[in-house]
Design a protein around this ligand. Sequence first.
Ligand SMILES: Cc1ncc(COP(=O)(O)O)c(C=O)c1O
Length: 360
Amino acid sequence: MTERIFNFSAGPAVLPVEVLEEAKENLLSLGKTGIGILEHSHRGKAFLAVYNQMVDDCRKVANIPDDYDILFLQGGASSQFFMIPMNLLNADKTGDYVVTGMWAKKAVEQAKRFGNVHIAASSSDKNFSYIPKLTTWSDAPAYVHFTSNNTIFGTQFATEPTAPSGVPLICDASSDIFSRPIDIRKYGLIYAGAQKNLGPSGVTLVIIRKDLVKQGPLDIPEMLQYRTHAENESAYNTPPTFGLYLMGLVFKWMLNKGGLAEIENMNRAKSKVLYDYLDQSTLFRGTADFDSRSHMNVTFVTGNELIDSRFIEAAKAAGFDGLKGHRSVGGMRASIYNAFPAEGVSALVDFMRDFEAKNS
Ligand SMILES: Cc1ncc(COP(=O)(O)O)c(C=O)c1O
């Protein structure tokens, strides 16, 4: 087998090796069925057993109460940008948005097609390098939407904002879902593309309170109503079976690791190694404000674009892939999601220290 290198990609991202090994085993035959996991009917007994176990484990991982539906949708997190307002907003209602990055901006643009949008807070004044502390809600918003982790800008909410009483809190958790314990009861809806912390691209997890499922209008396309997927266990049409199977393996991996509290400890330990190094480096510096730093995406620069690109090139040659920052921030970004190994972070810091010594 080709040796695996350290993959700092922002998504699709590194998956646990144990999960990949088990998936490999089941490609030709799922268990003793004689049919590979990719080839099983989504209505067949074998796949349904995989699916039901996966949903149970998902509920267990995040302690999801029974009055929440767990849906597995397609079209990426980007489709939730319009599906949410399509179901929960109209011309007479206002959705409040906390704008902390490019993905939040995209969500706002889609919501405007269906109703009124109020920007409750924004950090665009400093190129989204911080999480705003103050929010001004509109009168009686239909919901409050925020992005818990800003993949591109390397910022993360330490805790969720407090929505006005009785107003559903909606979260795009694409890049930090299940990276730490989460109190689902505080939310009306949480969604995340799978391709960072949950599995391969092609599945979007939506955790939605049952009363919100019922609120959506009936005259929009059936595929775009939450109730369609809630009533059909996310199999109204052919679901992405392989992605669902793999997510099941990832949920099991999370449970075996000790659950979200233990995963949070691992993530904090990993990001600390990198931030501690950045804080004392004379060559590199982090781009996010100290109290807004992400434990998932660590963004940093040298302040000199030429040195940045030399670093990225040298790092790649040394087996550290995917470190180039998003074009809107420049510099570097190390995405260190749940499955990213701690030894990869230590190895990167060693490499950076060496690079710094040679380039200072
Ligand atoms: C926070 C956040 N939201 C939304 C998206 C878009 O996800 P998708 O590509 O699944 O539509 C991304 C992708 O990186 C993201 O990081």
